[in-house]
Design a protein around this ligand. Structure first.
Ligand SMILES: C[S@@+](CC[C@H](N)C(=O)[O-])C[C@H]1O[C@@H](n2cnc3c(N)ncnc32)[C@H](O)[C@@H]1O
Length: 242
């Protein structure tokens, strides 16, 4: 199954429930941007790639950016739209690998919440880094957050409880291959008093943090900051001056 079908047919419907309280998660993202001084200083245009239901988009809009939120899943973009009434946000339903659909001068591009690992290959990401570098103004920033899936979980560790309540249980199962992990999202849901199980899977890239830093430097960025928060690597990269 492709990543897009996985979201369209399975994960998007319960993504918001899976991530938990929106306001709490959004405030964590906003606090991160403030701590790293990711605030408007140029044309105030930010592009949020793989925006989902809006954790980063809402944070950036609240900090004064005009945000273009790009995602290929309509369900999640509709949830995002419902949250940003009155805010300077535009949604773009597009595959983020098709840069022509969102190319514009920007001072900030973010691709966060593990979206990077959803892409096809490290080569594709290296090429996107070069295109994003061209889109950014001098001194513009690229902010990434992703999981380094290069260390392999073994045996029972591969069964990850994500969230459970009286009506739903979500578990992830990970199967490791060279270069990628197959992620199974198991959802058990109570329908008319009966537990129904739905399973769907997709591939995530095993991107090493040092590999990503090397790719950023090769594309013309300087890595300004690296922090690990809840096992997620957060990077702030700045476009080098020509
Ligand atoms: C793990 S979610 C992260 C969402 C959000 N940034 C967050 O932190 O909650 C990944 C998002 O990227 C989107 N996505 C994955 N691959 C994409 C692609 N090639 N083009 C556009 N959107 C993509 C998915 O639809 C999903 O909304």
């Amino acid at each position: 199954m492709s990543v897009q079908s996985h979201y369209d047919n399975h994960l998007a419907a319960f993504y918001a429930w899976m991530t938990g309280n929106f306001d709490v998660k959004q405030q964590e993202q906003e606090a991160y941007f403030v701590r790293k001084e990711v605030i408007p200083s140029g044309n105030a245009v930010a592009i949020d790639l793989g925006a989902g239901h809006g954790l980063q988009t809402v944070s950036l809009a609240r900090l004064g950016f005009t945000v273009y939120a790009v995602d290929f899943n309509q369900h999640l973009l509709s949830e995002l739209n419902a949250r940003v009434k009155g805010m300077p946000v535009r949604t773009i339903l597009a595959n983020l690998t098709h840069t022509a659909q969102y190319t514009m001068p920007a001072e900030l591009i973010v691709c966060m919440g593990d979206t990077l690992t959803h892409l096809d290959s490290a080569e594709q990401i290296a090429s996107l880094f070069r295109e994003w570098q061209q889109m950014l103004s001098s001194g513009g920033k690229l902010v990434l957050s992703f999981r380094d899936l290069t260390p392999e979980l073994k045996h029972d560790e591969r069964f990850i409880p994500v969230r459970a309540d009286d009506e739903r249980i979500h578990t992830c199962f990970l199967e490791y291959f060279p270069g990628f992990v197959r992620v199974f999202d198991l959802l058990q849901e109570k329908v008319n008093g009966q537990w129904i199980q739905k399973v769907s899977s997709y591939q995530k890239l095993r991107l090493g943090i040092e590999q990503v830093k090397i790719m950023l430097t090769a594309a013309g960025f300087t890595v300004q900051d690296h922090e690990v928060i809840a096992r997620m690597h957060y990077l702030v990269a700045v476009r080098q001056n020509a």
